[in-house]
Design a protein around this ligand. Structure first.
Ligand code: UP6
Length: 248
């Protein structure tokens, strides 16, 4: 069975963030999300500027930025995102009761609600724990890429039920296929390595498009650790786009 194209998914999409992502993918001919797992504002902004033209979204772990300051970190990051037309994905992986997640989402120093276009969340807290993410898209963690993850078949099936029925959910993170009515985001993608010695397991872009019909690949160290992140982003962008075209 062939996959749905980005155009077909765009036409079917209900959520404004899904539409924006698919529209960006089509316009930039990219399905690449760069993971900016760097620890200073300077590195974050430099990386965003370099990879910006090639990506549809930049994924952050904003709580690893040691000199985080809303004015100096987020304001310029938003400017770079709007200049290069990519979205901001905060990979917070919320995993608590609704009330606590709401506080973590809106308060503290990070005020994620004020700048992220979409966020990741575990669904371990149940359906209502996702109600607080009203103004963003939620990418539900269905299955993890690391060795020994507890996201078994049964867990994934139950997690999918929540993801498919919750109006705030735009997609899922998984290493297995998921129904095409939501978008599939796949981390654990690297062209050079098969693992990192800390449990991460890697596949190639070709593999994840062919076997999972993924929509978006997430690449961290393959880009930000490379000698030339700009060139690496361009390579992953082409590899991802060609793999998508081949899977149609
Ligand atoms: N990530 C995974 N696997 C998952 C979920 N999320 O690797 O199942 C995230 C990590 C990291 C990025 O938190 O930010 O994707 C992968 O980075 P890497 O390409 O450097 O391994």
């Amino acid at each position: 069975k062939k996959r749905l194209s980005y155009q077909q998914k765009f036409e079917q999409a209900q959520h404004s963030v899904s539409k924006k992502l698919l529209e960006t993918a089509l316009a930039k001919e990219s399905n690449l999300i760069a993971s900016a797992d760097v620890t200073t504002t300077k590195e974050l902004l430099e990386l965003a500027e370099k990879v910006g033209p090639h990506i549809i979204a930049l994924k952050t772990h904003i709580d690893i930025i040691s000199d985080f300051d809303y004015q100096n970190t987020i304001i310029p990051l938003k400017e770079i995102a709007s200049k290069h037309k990519f979205l901001l994905m905060e990979d917070r992986k919320f995993a608590d009761i609704g009330n606590t997640q709401e506080l973590q989402f809106t308060s503290g120093v990070f005020r994620i609600t004020d700048w992220a276009d979409f966020v990741t969340s575990q669904v371990i807290g149940g359906f209502e724990s996702l109600d607080c993410f009203k103004n963003v898209g939620v990418v539900a963690i269905i299955g993890m890429s690391s060795k020994g993850t507890l996201t078994s078949n049964n867990y994934r099936e139950e997690a999918l039920k929540i993801a498919l029925s919750h109006p705030n959910v735009i997609g899922g993170v998984s290493q297995n296929p998921i129904p095409e009515e939501i978008l599939l985001f796949t981390p654990g993608v690297n062209l050079a390595d098969s693992g990192d010695g800390k449990g991460q397991q890697y596949n190639t872009p070709e593999h994840v498009f062919k076997t999972l019909h993924t929509d978006f690949i997430i690449v961290g160290r393959g880009i930000y650790k490379s000698e030339n992140p700009e060139q690496a982003a361009s390579q992953y962008k082409s590899a991802g786009w060609n793999a998508y075209l081949t899977s149609l």
